[in-house]
Design a protein around this ligand. Structure first.
Ligand code: AKG
Ligand code: FE2
Length: 322
């Protein structure tokens, strides 16, 4: 009988001294980020530029948010296909509740959301969610830049107009002694995601077809970067879109937030020509992002998809080498 060596997901520390583009430290980081995204489609990033105070405050505010009356939660309706409020017992899972907040780095957008939840206003929520969203957007940009540099591409090769879509989530504990799926297995349909949790584990990543690795012991300054289907398409399949799920155990509520990069309507994702050659023939057509995204969320069964939908939608058969 062979025993698999325990697979550990990469943990990459972003020390501020290494974040200057072009330095040795920067190039080392670029290499690690690329390897992690090609092998696993995700990694834990330790990044203390986002303070633990802001994070903790955000989780405290999310506890307030879930206490808002349902009639107000239901008012959070977003332009389709983005989900607004998803209550417990929805298609996601009986334990899950999620709030979508579009364009979180835009203060007015956060204020509009807060006004629906707390008609008397909630400046503390607005400031904290806006700060968090803006800083996550910066971190995401940094990771994109590392990917571009790791492939030796020009700055324009991963450029698009987008907004950052934030989802704030609560997972209730399952019955004592049981494990339950809090979020079904899927790949993210957007470009990339940064996830942050309240130190209660639950996120699991699939490696080697069927082997799930649980992300435990994340540091209080850690985020999880996840490659989405659209970034996988951009990279001509070199970066892996991580299949992930949330499995809930124990007796504590789990809170998490995710910042997704959502390209604007009309964005066409094109593979940079440098990523197409004889060894890497082109496997995807140019991707009209919003068409794909709308299809993916057109019904709940499609959103359960783990990457096949993108292949059906945009794969070239056979691949072409120019
Ligand atoms: O709650 C989490 O940790 C992950 C949620 C997730 O995968 C998603 O919202 O797409
Ligand atoms: Fe996800």
């Amino acid at each position: 009988m062979t025993v698999d060596a325990k697979i550990e997901l990469p943990v990459i520390e972003f020390r501020s001294s290494d974040l200057e583009r072009g330095t040795n430290g920067w190039h080392q980081l670029c290499k690690k980020v690329r390897e992690a995204c090609e092998t696993f489609g995700c990694f834990e990033v330790v990044y203390d530029t986002i303070s633990t105070e802001v994070r903790e405050e955000m989780f405290r505010l999310m506890k307030e948010l879930v206490e808002v009356p349902v009639e107000r939660k239901q008012k959070n309706v977003l332009p389709p296909p983005s989900p607004g409020w998803v209550g417990p017992g929805s298609h996601v899972s009986p334990l899950y509740e999620g709030f979508g907040l579009g364009d979180v780095s835009n203060y007015d957008s956060v204020k509009n959301f807060a006004q629906l939840m707390w008609p008397e206003g909630h400046p503390r929520f607005c400031d904290t969610a806006h700060t968090m969203g803006t800083q996550l957007e910066v971190l995401n940009k940094l990771i994109w830049l590392m990917l571009i540099d790791s492939y030796g591409l020009g700055d324009d090769s991963l450029k698009m107009n987008y907004t950052t879509f934030m989802r704030m989530m609560k997972y209730m504990p399952p019955p004592p002694g049981e494990n339950e799926i809090g979020f079904f297995a899927h790949t993210d349909k957007l470009v990339s995601t940064l996830i942050c949790e309240n130190q209660i584990p639950g996120l699991e990543i699939e490696v080697n077809d069927g082997q799930w690795i649980r992300m435990t012991n994340l540091s209080p300054s850690s985020f999880v970067f996840v490659v989405g289907d659209a970034l996988m398409a951009w990279s001509n399949g070199r970066l892996k879109a991580a299949k992930h799920r949330v499995l809930i155990k124990g007796d504590k509520d789990r809170f998490s937030m995710a910042a997704f990069i959502l390209p604007n309507k009309g964005t066409i994702i094109k593979i940079p020509k440098e990523l197409i050659d004889e060894q890497h023939p082109r496997i995807f057509k140019d991707l009209d992002f919003m068409e794909f995204y709308s299809l993916a969320f057109s019904d709940p069964t499609k959103s359960r998809d783990s990457g096949q939908l993108l292949h059906k939608f945009a794969a070239l058969s056979p691949p072409v080498s120019n």
